[in-house]
Write a protein that binds this ligand. Structure first.
Ligand SMILES: CC(C)(COP(=O)(O)OP(=O)(O)OC[C@H]1O[C@@H](n2cnc3c(N)ncnc32)[C@H](O)[C@@H]1OP(=O)(O)O)[C@@H](O)C(=O)NCCC(=O)NCCS
Length: 428
């Protein structure tokens, strides 16, 4: 039996019955609800920020925000963080199933052998001022990659798509490391194909004159887990940007560059940088009560708290807390941890936060880990972007193969003036 929704239009007294599929009605079905006026386009929905609108059907990531559940292709994030590698998770997101050993070996080999950049990329990066924000350099260089692979525009060919997916996942850590070295005025370090994905990234960031850079395996593991936690998060702002730009059938470099731009914003990927600035500003636990009062009075936000989807503890924040302990075992405890823990304790008990279901999100603790790994705050979002690239590409790939998708083009409610006569300058 089809589920339906009955609607009575009180303007006309007419009744309508709309089909409900998967808990949704089709917005286009509302168009039939008209007043009878010939100019009336029919009822539409108004939904700034898409808080209650599904833009696609997707089988990649499942989130239950009330229960604090996150699953990639049906596998709980906790199990993937414990047992998987980042590239294995990337394969899962892209292909829908965990790889066999042979599939994984092939995938790791392909990614490893595409980590090098065209030498011209270095010149682009060198063109930026030393203090350019790494995210902007990353966004520009990801979109510049499109010029090296003009065939990438043929998005209807599965082999061409796969080649760009491999390239993007392989090259984004190299780009991230190069923008970091540019900022520091240090020579670029080329990829070392003997190392794993994450070891190689750390080597490109931190190697100086030593022939091989050996990162502490506990730090490599912590960063690997952070990449896994960030790998996808269904229709978040940057993924929506990738899908929206990708819906114009542009190449995936241009679509992913749009995702990097969206992620740069402080309400999205920039939040962990903001958390660290906030903790540094609070400075000591004595200053916490005043700070919390300011938040409750609406003067500022408690960064790293609250989420559009999670109205419970963000499951990723729990895993990150554990990774914090592992990292601090190697690096020594970050003194800001105490302030973060105290803030969390107060916020979880305070009525303001409890009533609004504001819990720590993924960014609340990740900044502390990144700082302990000696990343400057402006690099934090670059790490997020590297982790999110497989998710963006899995979503892009799903989009381009989805026959129902159209170019993204929301409606508007026009509130401006109409049909005015031009006023000559002398009469204004
Ligand atoms: C993530 C975020 C943008 C979600 O926003 P949203 O779903 O639009 O939620 P709203 O802004 O409608 O918030 C609902 C209420 O909680 C309050 N609120 C939300 N996040 C808050 C925070 N971090 N600190 C204090 N109050 C907060 C809002 O002021 C609002 O209160 P009101 O009902 O009295 O007006 C928001 O929680 C936020 O800005 N958090 C801080 C930034 C952050 O950590 N981002 C990383 C996300 S992973």
């Amino acid at each position: 039996m089809t589920e339906t929704l009955s609607i009575r239009d009180n303007r006309t007294g007419r009744d309508y019955e709309l089909a409900i599929t998967d808990g949704t009605i089709r917005a286009a079905d509302l168009k039939q609800i008209k007043t009878g006026d010939e100019d009336d386009p029919g009822i539409a929905t108004y939904d700034p920020g898409f808080v209650n609108t599904s833009s696609c059907r997707s089988s990649i990531t499942y989130i239950d925000g009330d229960k604090g559940i996150l699953e990639y292709r049906g596998y709980p994030i906790e199990q993937l963080a414990e047992h998987s590698t980042f590239l294995e998770v990337a394969y899962l997101l892209l292909h829908g199933e965990l790889p066999t050993q042979t599939q994984l070996d092939e995938w790791v080999h392909d990614v490893t052998y595409h980590t090098f950049l065209h030498e011209n990329c270095k010149q682009f990066i060198e063109g930026f001022r030393y203090d350019a924000h790494p995210m902007v350099m990353l966004m520009a260089s990801v979109s510049a990659l499109s010029t090296f692979y003009p065939e990438a525009g043929d998005i209807s060919d599965p082999e061409v798509r796969q080649a760009q997916i491999t390239r993007l996942i392989a090259k984004i850590p190299t780009l991230g490391a190069f923008v970091f070295r540019h900022q520091q005025g240090k020579p670029y370090v080329y990829p070392d194909n003997r190392l794993s994905y994450t070891e190689n990234f750390l080597a490109m960031l931190f190697r100086m004159s030593e022939p091989t850079y050996q990162a502490d395996p506990r730090l490599v593991q912590a960063l690997e887990v952070l990449f896994i936690l960030h790998a996808d998060h269904e229709q978040n702002c940057s993924t929506n940007a990738v899908r929206s730009v990708g819906s114009s059938q542009v190449d995936p470099y241009s679509a992913v560059a749009a995702g990097v731009g969206a992620l740069y914003g402080p309400l999205h990927g920039g939040a962990n940088e903001a958390v660290l600035r906030m903790l540094n500003r609070i400075k000591t636990t004595d200053n916490i009560p005043d700070f919390i009062d300011g938040v409750k009075a609406g003067k500022e936000k408690l960064m790293g708290f609250g989420h559009r989807v999670y109205k419970n503890y963000d499951p990723r924040a729990k895993i990150i807390k554990k990774a914090c302990d592992d990292v601090f075992e190697v690096t020594g405890v970050n003194p800001l941890l105490k302030i973060a823990q105290e803030l969390e304790k107060i916020a979880l008990e305070d009525e303001y936060f409890v009533k609004r279901k504001l819990y720590p999100n993924v960014d609340f603790y990740s900044g502390l880990i990144y700082e302990a790994l000696e990343f400057p705050p402006e690099m934090f979002t670059v790490l997020f972007a590297i982790g999110r690239t497989p998710g963006w590409l899995a979503q892009w790939s799903e989009l381009v193969q989805d026959k129902e998708q159209k170019i993204a083009r929301p409606k508007q409610i026009y509130t401006g003036e109409r049909t005015r006569d031009f006023i000559p300058m002398s009469e204004r």
